[in-house]
Design a protein around this ligand. Structure first.
Ligand SMILES: [Zn+2]
Length: 329
């Protein structure tokens, strides 16, 4: 659960706006820091609407953007978009503008997207994707099943608001996103043609569950572990990647250093992280894995599982993976 009180959080955002610390997209993220429940968002909306008429002119735009974010989070997509377009667009810094228009979906390029709402998702589907009705139907059924298995059964969540899921045509996505992109705090997923199944939505659920100190190795490992594929399929990918690239696993280094993790071939780094968490879950169960989902540093893991257990498992998994690389059983 959130560690700051609502009042502290609103003051924090206030001070970001009034100290003009909004020359990067920290502003848009800070708007929604730790806002989980609809009740909290409503309180925040009350605070912002009261402020809107009283703030100095120079801050007004940013209070309006804050308001847009809150409406979006509350599920009022059209209202949020209308207010966004009533603002002096040219005064909004480009990166913040891009965030609202492209990532959250306000841009005119989404005009032809078909909107389909299900119990836990709002799908925005590119017309080219929409033509393949079987694929769309399959995808929607899978995402709802993923909600049941990952959000509800694993994380124990009940969502108060729907996740916005944008399904792109691959070519048209390229100028904006390299492949898939998730903005966990807004519950927004952008997905290209390559099917990530439950990977991206697991990031959103993990955020909603609560993360004190995110580490890429654990974040991505969990998303791989709960991506809806079987461990055998993942090991097959890992084997092929290790055999062709001849990279040795460096679990502790990838865990401590997110840059090293991201610079390693993703078939290798991601699958290894997923496999490591698979082993942790098999050996020590779901409750401890949930603690790790919240407290993700290497030190946290040593506290949760014990220093010796973590070191031993790292050596075992690295040895097992090295054998994959040489083709030994
Ligand atoms: Zn991911």
């Amino acid at each position: 659960m959130p560690s700051l009180s609502m009042e502290q959080r609103m003051l924090e955002i206030n001070s970001i706006i009034e100290n003009r610390a909004f020359d990067d997209d920290r502003l848009v993220y800070s708007f929604v820091l730790h806002l989980y429940s609809n009740q909290e968002i409503d309180e925040c909306i009350g605070f912002v609407t009261a402020k809107l008429n009283a703030v100095k002119d120079e801050y007004r735009l940013y209070y309006h953007l804050w308001y847009v974010s809150l409406l979006y989070l509350r599920g009022f997509f059209d209202e949020a978009k209308t207010i966004f377009y009533s603002l002096p667009i040219n005064d909004i810094p480009n990166n913040i503008k891009t965030f609202y228009m492209i990532t959250l979906g306000f841009d005119a390029l989404y005009r032809d997207f078909i909107v389909m709402e299900t119990e836990h998702f709002v799908f925005h589907i590119h017309p080219n994707r929409y033509r393949n009705q079987n694929d769309i139907h399959h995808k929607i059924t899978r995402r709802e099943l993923g909600y049941e298995i990952v959000a509800k059964n694993f994380f124990g969540l009940s969502l108060e608001r729907k996740i916005h899921y944008f399904l792109w045509d691959d070519e048209s996505m390229k100028p904006y996103f390299s492949n898939s992109q998730t903005c966990s705090c807004y519950g927004v997923i952008q997905e290209g043609e390559y099917d990530r199944d439950w990977h991206e939505s697991t990031h959103v659920y993990n955020y909603l569950y609560g993360i004190e100190n995110p580490k890429s190795f654990i974040l991505e490992g969990l998303a791989v572990l709960y991506d809806g594929k079987t461990s055998i399929v993942r090991l097959k990918y890992a084997r092929a990647a290790y055999q062709s690239l001849r990279i040795a696993p460096h679990i502790k280094e990838w865990w401590l250093d997110p840059v090293a993790f991201r610079q390693t071939n993703s078939w290798i780094a991601y699958t290894t992280a997923g496999y490591f968490l698979f082993k942790l879950r098999s050996l020590y169960g779901k409750e401890k894995l949930l603690q790790l989902a919240k407290y993700q540093t290497f030190e946290d893991a040593c506290r949760i599982y014990g220093d010796a257990e973590i070191s031993k498992l790292i050596s075992e998994v690295e040895e097992e993976i090295s054998n994959l690389g040489t083709g030994n059983p």
